[in-house]
Design a binder for this molecule. Structure first.
Ligand code: PCA
Length: 196
């Protein structure tokens, strides 16, 4: 079997739950030809990505998917691109709020996801759930993790990237879209099933 390292974040920005970790921890242990290794990471610049890399050094995964919350989005959105920028509008969970700072000092401006993002969108839609490609993972901790992984694993066979999920019903205020936990689990399972 192949190994998938899949991560979710702890709550941030005043929320007391993060749908990404709630979803990741409920995924089955095997999907298709992949054995899942689940990891919770802190919503902290630098530290989150380092934790993923530390685990990757131990388990040597074939693929890495990091999942995060994007409150306000309607569907499950595989991210196409990560940018070399930290620009935070709120502090992270350690109180850091960098602006105009590169993720990697001498890195390129951006990296494309090496996950099969278009196939993932199709696979999620086949379950009846809303999904589309996203062309911005923001410039907060999620983008920081995605960029760091793609920078680290460039030129290797390790496929990596990021998927944002909407709020859960208990987080969404009036007229803000959300998905239930069961729907998120179904959608992320379908995304994983699209891996080679
Ligand atoms: N979402 C944030 C960081 C942690 C999370 O779940 C983001 O989109 O950057």
């Amino acid at each position: 079997m192949k190994t998938l390292l899949i991560t979710g974040f702890d709550p941030f920005g005043g929320e007391n739950i993060n749908p990404s970790w709630e979803t990741v921890k409920r995924l089955p242990d095997e999907i298709g030809s992949y054995q899942l290794h689940k990891l919770q990471i802190p919503t902290r610049f630098g530290v989150a990505a380092e934790k993923v890399l530390e685990t990757a050094r131990m388990i040597v995964p074939d693929a890495i998917i990091s999942v995060g919350q994007a409150g306000g989005r309607k569907g499950i959105t595989p991210e196409v691109v990560a940018i070399n920028l930290q620009e935070a509008s709120i502090p992270d969970n350690a109180g850091h709020q960098p602006t105009d700072t590169p993720v990697a000092a001498h890195g390129p401006a951006a990296y494309f996801s090496t996950l099969p993002v278009r196939r993932m969108v199709e696979s999620i839609r086949e379950t009846g759930l809303p999904s589309n490609l996203s062309f911005s993972a923001g410039a907060f901790v999620c983008n920081d993790v995605m960029y760091t992984l793609l920078h680290h694993f460039q030129g290797t066979q390790v496929q990596c990237g990021f998927i944002h999920v909407p709020f859960l019903p208990e987080q969404a205020k009036e007229n803000v879209p959300c998905l239930s936990l069961d729907e998120m689990v179904k959608g992320i399972t379908a995304a994983i099933a699209a891996l080679e």
